[in-house]
Design a protein around this ligand. Structure first.
Ligand code: HBI
Length: 358
């Protein structure tokens, strides 16, 4: 190990086992950052719920009941902890082993790890993976933000949803570009990727595909079964096919040959990892001008930004796709979203935090 190598402990999201897609974008982010830190010679352990599997990454599986997902709760919902919660068990384990590490990195969007921060002797870096969702989380994130630089976000628009008066670190995201294969000549398909849940507004993409009369490939974990059934019943004749939650390799094989990826977030998407996965394949992104995607898509160059919640806007953008040079999409992924660029941002963040006495 190089002498200035870091000993890192990553503590995962508690909503489900890594590799199942329940953790959405933060699962992919954790995987990519972990892989990049190991490649740079740092040592790393990952605490994650039982059943977690991410390629050959060093995972310590922790038992316990998964946490309720934050985005289905109201802004004033009290903090809830299940009995024998995996979140509490992961952080009890982290407390016991903290002396073996230089830095602990939290990937959970949950109150507990933020509250525990001052009780730990080891400094904790918190990577916040969604925009503001609740008063309790806003309060505790703002409280921890007084430790300089220890709160990291994906994007400025995500950070802006928290009323933080102290500076915070925006880390963007990145993917392993070698996994995504450029496709210059697409088939007549559109794509939609992500957790199938109300905040992702899949119904808008289905309606746009129906109006444009272009088949839509849907991939991702069905997080809300009733919501999915409602879409199928509302659009019985829409040209859609659901391909399931696929591995990155299988997903990009489907995605790369699409004319465009549609991104229809109803909420302030913190980043939108699926956008850079599409760009890496040379697939233009048509997205609502809201949150992370609005900071990723270069309107008219790598896709189109559309008035939020406007299906008509999606349809007219689809008609303009011939204006986009697909090699510009791949180029923008290589310039801004490579694993190396991501690794630099995260390593600089970790070293910045460790510079301060805690
Ligand atoms: N909900 N309670 C909770 N904790 C998380 O870590 C969490 C979540 N919902 C969604 C989620 N993480 C990830 O899918 C997003 O951060 C990407």
């Amino acid at each position: 190990m190089p002498n200035n190598a870091l000993k890192l402990l990553f503590v995962s999201t508690p909503v489900g086992a890594l590799g199942t897609g329940v953790g959405g974008g933060v699962e992919l982010s954790l995987y990519n950052i972990a892989q990049e830190m190991l490649r740079r010679g740092h040592s790393l352990q990952i605490l994650a719920p039982i059943g977690s599997k991410l390629a050959q990454l060093p995972i310590i599986e922790i038992p316990g009941n998964v946490q309720i997902i934050a985005q289905i709760q109201e802004r004033n919902t009290p903090i809830m902890m299940p009995d024998n919660g995996v979140l509490a068990n992961m952080w009890e384990y982290a407390r016991q082993v903290q002396g073996e590490y230089d830095l602990i990195v939290n990937f959970a969007y949950d109150w507990l790890p933020f509250y525990l921060t001052p009780f730990f002797s080891k400094v904790i870096a918190h990577f916040v993976s969604m925009g503001s969702l609740s008063v309790a989380m806003d309060e505790i994130v703002t409280q921890v933000a007084t430790n300089p630089g220890t709160i990291g976000f994906y994007t400025p628009s995500q950070a802006a949803t928290f009323a933080l008066n102290s500076q915070c670190t925006c880390l963007s995201s990145g993917v392993d570009l070698s996994l995504y294969e450029f496709c210059p000549n697409p088939d007549n398909y559109l794509a939609w990727l992500g957790r199938i849940a109300p905040e992702k507004a899949l119904e808008d993409a289905v309606e746009a595909a129906q109006i444009a009369n272009i088949p839509l490939k849907i991939m991702g974990k069905i997080q809300d079964e009733d919501y999915w059934q409602k879409i199928c019943q509302s659009y019985p004749n829409a040209p859609i096919e659901y391909l399931g939650f696929l591995s990155t390799t299988d997903m990009q094989q489907q995605l790369r040959s699409c004319k465009a990826l549609l991104m229809t977030p109803r909420w302030i998407e913190a980043f939108g990892n699926v956008a850079i996965e599409a760009l890496a394949c040379g697939v233009p992104v048509i997205a609502y001008r809201r949150g992370g995607p609005a900071e990723i898509v270069i309107d008219g160059k790598t896709g189109f930004l559309v008035e939020p919640d406007s299906v008509k806007g999606l349809v007219s953008a689809i008609a303009r796709l011939p204006e986009i040079d697909r090699s510009n999409c791949r180029q923008s992924a290589e310039t801004d979203y490579s694993l190396e660029a991501l690794g630099d941002r995260f390593e600089n963040w970790f070293r910045f935090i460790l510079k301060f006495p805690h």
